[in-house]
Design a protein around this ligand. Structure first.
Ligand code: ATP
Length: 208
């Protein structure tokens, strides 16, 4: 089945499955049932079976899923053999934390370079990532195949920076600012608003 036909909700769970199966593989496990997988990743087993059914017959009744086979399959789907190069814009508190976090150790994404306007930050490195001036965005991006950007600038400049990024061929933006960005159809934005997430969590706790 082609990747286009996988529902969005299923596609969003793929990295979670992939990461967890790798942990099991490293523990020496060779197979797992949807029920066991469900208990460890806290997704109900019916959802797991449904998700996996989109990928064809990956398991057998009474035998479970072959972990090595699943990993190989997911790796292809997620393009894990190739490293996705990422740029980060805005090296404030949050940006700095993300640079130190170093995604490479956890998966196939790597922040290659960062940009800022602050003269004290430009020319330095954070967690091995060089920081360039935002005026050099075009020059630096052009030399590398970077299609994804992480946005950790102040909200007031987020749209302006987004427009610049899109002009330079960025196709995916992980937006950590509180702003809702306006982008053309071919650009995908994933919004991570930490304060909203926290507020929502607190709200639900109060309902219980
Ligand atoms: P954070 O919000 O991540 O905690 P902060 O409070 O330290 O950061 P902010 O004012 O939010 O700082 O700015 C984040 C970073 O974005 C700063 O390092 C700032 O210099 C940088 N910045 C501001 N404007 C731009 C811009 N137009 N392009 C790139 N970087 C910018």
């Amino acid at each position: 089945m082609s990747e286009e036909k996988i529902p969005q909700a299923t596609a969003r769970r793929l990295p979670l499955y992939y990461r967890h199966l790798n942990i099991l593989h490293n523990q020496g496990k060779t197979r797992i049932s949807s029920r066991e997988l469900s208990e460890s990743i806290k997704i109900d087993s019916a959802t797991i079976r449904k998700d996996f059914s989109y990928f064809g017959e990956l398991g057998r009744k009474g035998y479970g899923y072959d972990i090595a086979h699943l990993i190989q399959f997911f790796r292809k789907l997620l393009d894990q053999d190739e490293v996705a190069r990422v740029a980060l814009i805005g090296v404030g508190n949050l940006g700095t934390a993300l640079l130190h976090y170093n995604f490479m150790k956890k998966g196939n994404t790597h922040i290659e370079m960062a940009f800022d306007t602050n003269a004290h930050k430009v020319g330095t490195k954070k967690g091995d990532v060089p920081i360039y001036h935002i005026d050099d965005l075009e020059k630096e991006l052009k030399e590398r195949d970077i299609k994804v950007a992480i946005l950790t600038v102040p909200a007031r400049v987020s749209q302006e920076v987004t427009d610049q990024l899109i002009k330079l061929g960025i196709e995916g933006i992980l937006n950590f600012t509180p702003s809702r960005l306006t982008v053309p159809d071919h650009v995908r934005v994933h919004h991570i608003d930490l304060s909203i997430e926290l507020q929502t969590l607190v709200y639900f706790l109060k309902q219980d």
